[in-house]
Design a protein around this ligand. Structure first.
Ligand code: GDP
Length: 458
């Protein structure tokens, strides 16, 4: 047996709440010795006879010395998170007490849990599939309503159900094709090629949809990077402050993003926008020579998913037109924002015929709502609702891409009327990759990798 499953029989323990001082801290044990271990430390009641799904209040004691007054929540397997016997000890929220409680349980035979080990056990006990288990990590990491919603949807199994359905249809065909192989001498076709062709088409379509959803999934999970660019004095830092005042998001850390530039994060309609290089905006750049300024802007634009090009509505029209033309060359998503309309009478006429121009006053807070709506519209483009299946996980995305490749190979094979024995390997490959996502196909290295990214105690 390899490492990941050795220690499988152990009873594990970890702090389930964040380390540090709090009102309470919860310590969780899972495994067949959970009840005997805690029972030895809990003189006021015989836990071995206590009913499941009850709570007990009393003192934890070791060698006659009280450690803390605690509340115990008892869950007997299989009706528990991991499927094993689980006890949650709620004690006072002092790191010293947490350590005392954990040490006492370890002296009675528990060992510290590895990252993600509770959820890994839940997966191995069949409590949830792999995609659901991974979404547990996403739920914990979610920063916004939208990211929480997709993660919850995935945990309840919406995403997995769709994939399983597709995969089962393919398995049925695969069985028929494999059957043909058994009769290969006799030139029979059990699998109706026409029906198979439409199934593969449908599968390809759905797989593509899921792959495309990753873009939005990624946005929901990681946010959209935004660069505000424009000449000195256009009002960039005023706009930044106006946006931040109302919408500043509290985020701890966004996974998968580098933070080499200073950025602020705002939350608009459940989507995180990361305003990059805010230090550059706040610095007064008027003394930087113009070329350096332009290079800086280009650099920023390359890093951004979305550019807000801000200009003073009373600036010279030819100059603005020139800058917009430059922007169009860059093949970058941008919004044109004309600022200071409070002191630019006749701006509507001046820009007549310009499409997709947003007039604002950053200082007077005019039309800021409209700007925000346009910002979310560039991301969501009305295509997807959070209820749909959205791929947010890079591992799933890569598996789907592999599955798509195999499906396209099957299609080519069918177009060329190749015999069943040559189709079979492609079908097996497609099945393999689709199965990898939900864990119907898995290997222990992969499991170790996935669960090692969880925090300890989950
Ligand atoms: P930055 O150099 O692009 O960051 O520009 P600032 O945000 O520092 O703004 C430059 C000047 O324009 C400041 O005096 C702002 O108060 C002023 N300003 C910014 N937005 C507006 C606006 O909407 N209307 C008016 N009248 N002035 C503005």
């Amino acid at each position: 047996m390899n490492n990941s499953l050795s220690g499988w029989d152990d009873t594990i323990i970890a702090l389930a709440t964040p380390p540090g001082i709090g009102a309470i801290g919860v310590i969780r044990l899972s495994g067949k010795l959970s009840f005997p271990i805690v029972n030895e430390l809990f003189p006021s009641k015989n836990l071995l006879e206590a009913a499941s799904h009850t709570i007990q209040v009393g003192y934890l004691q070791e060698d006659g010395k009280p450690v803390d007054e605690v509340v115990l929540s008892l869950f007997r397997g299989p009706r528990s998170y991991t499927g094993e016997d689980v006890i949650e000890i709620s004690c006072h929220g002092s790191p010293y007490i947490h350590q005392q409680v954990i040490d006492a349980c370890m002296r009675k035979g528990a060992r510290l849990a590895k990252p993600g080990e509770f959820t890994q056990r839940a997966f191995l006990a069949g409590k949830m599939d792999l995609a659901q288990a991974e979404s547990v990590a996403d739920i914990i990491a979610s920063n916004t309503a939208a990211s929480l919603k997709t993660a919850l949807h995935a945990m309840r199994g919406g995403f997995s159900a769709r994939l399983k359905d597709l995969r089962e249809q393919l398995i049925r065909f695969s069985a028929l094709i494999e059957l043909e192989l058994d009769f290969s001498q006799e030139d029979v076709e059990f699998a109706d090629r026409g029906a198979f062709y439409s199934l593969v088409n449908e599968l390809t379509h759905s797989t593509k949809q899921l792959i495309e959803s990753f873009r939005l999934g990624n946005v929901i999970r990681n946010g959209v990077s935004v660069a505000i660019i424009g000449k000195p004095n256009a009002g960039k830092s005023t706009l930044l402050n106006t946006l931040l005042n109302e919408n500043r998001a509290i985020v701890s850390d966004i996974p998968g993003t580098t933070r080499d530039t200073i950025e602020e994060v705002i939350n608009i309609g459940g989507i995180l926008f990361r305003l990059i290089d805010t230090a550059g905006i706040r610095q007064h750049t008027s003394d930087i020579i113009e070329t350096a300024g332009v290079e800086r802007s280009l650099e920023k634009m390359k890093q951004a998913d979305l550019v807000l090009f801000l200009f003073d509505a009373s600036d010279d029209l030819a100059e603005i037109t020139q800058r917009v033309d430059d922007l169009k060359q860059q093949q970058i998503k941008y919004l044109l924002v004309a600022n200071k309309i409070d002191q630019a009478p006749g701006h509507k006429e001046k820009f007549a015929g310009w499409e997709d121009l947003i007039f604002i006053s950053a200082r007077q807070h005019l039309h800021i709502e409209e700007l925000k709506e346009q910002m979310t519209a560039t991301v969501v483009e009305g295509e997807v609702q959070s209820e749909n299946n959205i791929v947010t996980n890079a591992r799933h995305y890569h598996a789907l891409k592999q599955a798509l490749q195999s499906l396209e190979d099957i299609q080519t094979g069918l177009d060329n009327l190749i015999p069943g024995d040559l189709l079979a390997p492609d079908i097996r490959r497609a099945l393999h990759y689709l199965g990898e996502i939900t864990g119907q196909v898995s290997n222990e290295d992969m499991l170790d990798y996935i669960f090692s990214k969880f925090c300890i105690g989950k």
